[in-house]
Write a protein that binds this ligand. Sequence first.
Ligand SMILES: [Zn+2]
Ligand SMILES: [Zn+2]
Length: 401
Amino acid sequence: MLSRAKTIQEELIHNRRYLHRNAETGFRLHKTKTFITDELQSMGLSPYEVGGSVAAVLDFGGSTNTLLLRADVDALPMQEKSELSFACKTGNVHACGHDMHAAMLLGAARLLTEQKDKLCGRVKFLFQAAEESLEGAKAALDSGALKDVRAAMTLHVMTDSPYSTGTVVVADGVSAPAADFFEVKIKGKACHGSAPQNGVDAISAAAHVLLGLHELSARELSVSNPAVLTVGQITGGHSANVIAEETVFKGTLRAFDESVRENVKKRLQAISSSIAKAFRAKAKTAFVSGCPTLVNDRALSELAYLAAKAVSGKENVFRSSALTGSETAQKSGGSEDFAYISHAVPSVMLALAAGERKKGYDLPLHHAGVRFDEDALCYGAAVYAQVAVEYLKGESHGKGK
Ligand SMILES: [Zn+2]
Ligand SMILES: [Zn+2]
């Protein structure tokens, strides 16, 4: 599969660069979706819109067993600083490599259409919107994207990586943490800055609440079941000589264990309201969006492991359980809304090295200047396609081929 993928490397690069130059975010993906739709149509497929994403089914016949191959395709709203010749100039940037994913999955579709007579069953391609806001997978699911789907696979590129391009890491079990975006509103009472006895200071109360929340990870969680709580934004007050009426802070919570997640959410609420109350203020906590843990299915992980070895060579594929410390690149703490799909059908997410640190690919994902090694494109296309071939292998026996 890899040698075949290498013959379409130029097409992969061309597609990736078009998507990169025209980076779009969230569900506003007009150019991105038009391009993907045209490409799929040129392969004889019939793409359609599902929950703001684009899907297409490749039907080999003989069976309705369907594998979903998913790529996220949205970018981030930042000014690109990569200085690449095809850099995006519209204030968006593909800093998470989703342009790479989209080009790889288009490549896989091309490779799999060539297998028409060799396989049975179906492959559904999902080019997913709005991963960065953790909304796209759920929207696709709610619109029926998983109808007939029995298993799902996706991959994510790694850069600033210790591994050579094309290396694949397969995580066992939970491969990405649950994430919750929260907002805490502290309500006080405004008054003149010279007479604090007449008001309730929402800024001061918020400061105590914030410190209280950090006690959670320090004093209530075990080393084996941690959670990370980050407050990344705080706003409050209008004037230097007025006691602030309201303060709002926003943050994220990550946990690898669903029961830890639920417990921390409860404690976050309790600590916020109790501490605010101690300072005569009121706290209101809201969880505005989020996604569950991403769970890799054991059998599908094994299948993907074999498929990846067939593509990248056995010395370039690792199980994350065999890695230690900082090598566990896959269990990095970043969340993924493919998690929703993994809770609906047996699923697996792979990590694909697309930029080795010592070769100069030394900026992390989400950095405005990040670069990816395009040599990874043919590996990604081949891995997607090979997973489908391995998955549908059992089906093809029924066809007698
Ligand atoms: Zn991202
Ligand atoms: Zn991403």
